[in-house]
Design a protein. Structure first.
Length: 179
């Protein structure tokens, strides 16, 4: 839940609590609470413009809270790996971190962006890489595929179903790639 969602929820809840207290006070009978409630409702009927504005604002807050409650989180379904002691759930962000770490081990790659999908059968990886100048792009891509396959088998215990690599550029600097 976002910070804005929490703030709106707290403000709306406080308003509902105050309004509920006033309504309950109006049914308490004669005396202080009832007099306060009647004064409140009298003020509300005298200030129709303010009352309409508060009503519209509360309706918007309620609609916002309903949309926040129905909003889906964009976090993809984690991969579930069955082990002898139970299930292990691995998030896609963890899988993508493994991709970036493995890509840093490949000489010739300067930068990498990764996206992964998968299930308990294997992982499909999409990478966008920037390579250093004077390297063989097909060789770098092949080494990347091999490194990813090795890393996922060792760390996750799942095979890599596919690797799709886009070479988005060649680095401008003449810095040496890692050996």
């Amino acid at each position: 839940m976002k910070t804005l969602d929490r703030v709106v929820l707290v403000v709306a809840a406080a308003f509902v609590v105050v309004l509920s207290a006033v309504v309950l006070a109006s049914v308490a009978g004669p005396g202080f609470p009832n007099g306060f409630a009647m004064d409140f409702f009298g003020a509300v009927s005298e200030h129709k413009l303010v009352t309409a504005a508060v009503g519209i604002l509360m309706a918007l807050v309620v609609l916002y809270l309903i949309s926040a409650a129905l909003r889906s989180e964009d976090e993809p379904t984690p991969i579930v790996v069955n082990t002898a002691l139970g299930d292990v759930r691995i998030s896609m962000s963890a899988i993508e971190a493994i991709v970036r770490r493995a890509a840093r081990q490949v000489s010739g790659i300067r930068e990498v962006d990764a996206q992964a999908t998968g299930d308990s059968e294997g992982i499909a990886v999409s990478t966008k890489i920037q390579v250093y100048p004077d390297v063989s792009i097909p060789e770098v891509c092949e080494r990347l595929e091999n490194e990813l396959s090795t890393a996922f088998t060792a760390m996750v215990g799942l095979p890599v179903k596919s690797v799709h690599t886009i070479v988005r550029g060649v680095a401008h600097e003449r810095s040496k790639p890692r050996a």
